[in-house]
Ligand binder design. Structure first.
Ligand SMILES: [Zn+2]
Length: 199
């Protein structure tokens, strides 16, 4: 959840590769061997304290989060999830899975750390806690090596339990192309990023 007020919030910068290494270390630590869909609910229920000492989650009324699906406290290692997000997680909803992975990123990368406040936004996403949490979530749910084997959007969605938008974003980052039968998404060696029609 973004908490941007008048000033901009920044954290110690991390590169995409650094964040990916942390996500891979989490997978390793939790003994996740398969490159496929990872079960987020057991991580939430049983592994938070193992990853960050004393960490836990709580379910709160949707209204309490002001429309956000989740948030992680900066001062203590606590993830708050909206009741509706938690219900959807139980049904393995893709967006709820992504929300939990994103909050897990905040928990690991930002909880209890310094947050810097600037009057002007910095033009570098690597300082942005939201960018970092998004990168962590993508790397946790769609590990680079397994994801680079994907050929179609549908295959990636089914394999990793992610939304179409998340799969396409990951394809761009990893620089592979995914087809959905009509279009081809991701990275084009000649044209760079974007969408093209499949020949
Ligand atoms: Zn966030």
């Amino acid at each position: 959840m973004s908490t941007s007020g008048k000033t901009a919030h920044f954290v110690a910068p991390r590169t995409r590769r650094q964040i990916e290494a942390i996500a891979n270390a989490v997978r390793e630590h939790l003994g996740i061997r398969s490159g496929g869909r990872i079960a987020m609910q057991p991580i939430l229920e049983f592994a938070l304290d193992d990853l960050v000492e004393g960490a836990y989650y709580d379910i709160v009324n949707d209204a309490e989060l002001g429309g956000a699906e989740g948030m992680t406290r900066g001062t203590e290692p606590v993830i708050l999830l909206s009741a509706s997000c938690y219900m959807r997680l139980g049904r393995s909803d893709n967006r709820a899975r992504m929300t939990v992975a994103h909050e897990l990123g905040h928990l690991l990368l930002h909880s209890g750390r310094h947050v810097f406040h600037f009057e002007e936004p910095l033009n570098d996403p690597r300082f942005d806690p939201e960018w970092q949490a998004d990168e962590f979530a993508a790397a946790l749910l769609m590990p680079r090596e397994a994801f680079s084997q994907m050929k179609t959007v549908q295959q990636a969605m089914a394999t990793f339990g992610v939304s179409k938008a998340a799969a396409i974003r990951r394809a761009r980052v990893i620089k592979i192309r995914l087809s959905d039968g009509r279009h081809s998404y991701g990275h084009d060696k000649k044209k760079g990023y974007g969408m093209t029609r499949t020949p």
